[in-house]
Design a protein around this ligand. Sequence first.
Ligand code: NCD
Length: 312
Amino acid sequence: MLKGKHLLEPMDFSVEELDEIFDLAERIIEDPQKYKHVCDGKLLATLFFEPSTRTRLSFEAAMLRLGGQVLGFSEASSSSIAKGESIADTVRTVAAYADIIVMRHPKEGAPRIGSGFSDIPLVNAGDGGHQHPTQTLTDLLTIRYTKQSFNNLTIGVCGDLKFGRTVHSLIKAMSRYPGNRFCLISPEELVIPEYVRKEVLQKNNITFREVRRLEDAIADLDVLYMTRVQRERFFNEEDYIRLKDSYILDADKMKLAKEDMIVLHPLPRVNEIAVEVDQDSRALYFKQARYGMYVRMALMMKLLGADEGGVN
Ligand code: NCD
């Protein structure tokens, strides 16, 4: 039963609960019209303390397409946080106005703290360099559509594995399914955090290898997950400039990959995928963004206890 729950990190939901969300998302994709009033009268509050295009707009589009309405702010400076209000007080207040809260925050753990003060579902839309569970729902739905299974896949994650929260959440989520292997492709300075290596990969006996060159790994992969170097989390600009173009996926590198490898990217893309790759049928990142809206429709319906007949 997902009604009333918070979503703070990928492991908050069981594999069965995730399947319920994906099944519903697929039903919505088949016939979106059928769902246009199921959240009539419901209000989504988006509390974005950090910039976002896709995540905020896809949540807003999702709620509007379900018949609900949205309110919120997209930068901390336009909220009472600028006056020194605590997260606890902001969440408590907004929970009195809305039916569901989506929160993005630059500090790791902020949505978890907020959820302790919310009697309505609160969804983490990205907390610093930590986790981003609804991007993972998006990634998993895209994998399910194309690979028909979450098992026995060789998944390459490439780029900023240190600060990339989408990567941390994806590895956690995919570690639960049998037979998956990871190839971690990053510069030395941007390797995966110790807690992911120890508490997720090693603890679950997952096979993984760490490589520096994309060319050395791409031929083995079923899924290639590209990421941007997370400029906003660097302490100095020089390091960012040195590392920002570590990997550029182009048509030549795609020639080394399997015919059915898929390329995912949470977006925004900076330089890490050459525009020429967009024409390749294996490049799914824009389709992935669309799935993101549908999976958020399914997620919010579940958390609000709505089904095809409306909110129960
Ligand atoms: C990601 C994020 O915010 O972590 N973007 C997104 O939600 N689609 C990835 C990124 O910013 O690089």
